[in-house]
Design a protein around this ligand. Sequence first.
Ligand code: FES
Length: 175
Amino acid sequence: MANDRRGFLEATAKLCGFTITGAVTIPALGPLIHPLLADSVEFDAEETALGPLERFPIGVPVKVPITANRRDGWTTTRGVPIGAVYVIRGDNEAYRVLSTTCPHLGCAVAASNKGFNCPCHGATFTLDGQRRGDDNPSPRNMDPMEHTVRDGVLYCRFVAYRPGEEKRLPVRSTG
Ligand code: FES
């Protein structure tokens, strides 16, 4: 009987020990485990400097690559290319910033002084990114990027959108 009681007390003490150890240890492991549980690849959504305003002549699309810092688990790689934009400067210091990615299936569109065309399936767009023609394979206009001018420099916040959708749906992780 005494042995049964001692055994019970020992088992209870061990169980309490495991519980306390787990309560202290598991939260402490959170920061170490988090990258394993998060999306495997993430990109910063930082604002990108596209360049000084003098870089952009009126009416001529200028292509600017976009890079970001890529986090994969515990690793951060800086300056990874994630896309590109066309900057079109209009009259009166109006700027338009458009993703170079075709909204149809994601090819890179080419620019001219008259607008944009996609070499893959023939989508064409005006210089301000509007779809041309009723038989255009693109389900939407080119994707505009939020942008701002500060101290003579143009900045944009790049967002990648899913191709093939009529609505603009951001892609959370790419790469
Ligand atoms: S990917 Fe551009 S037209 Fe198809």
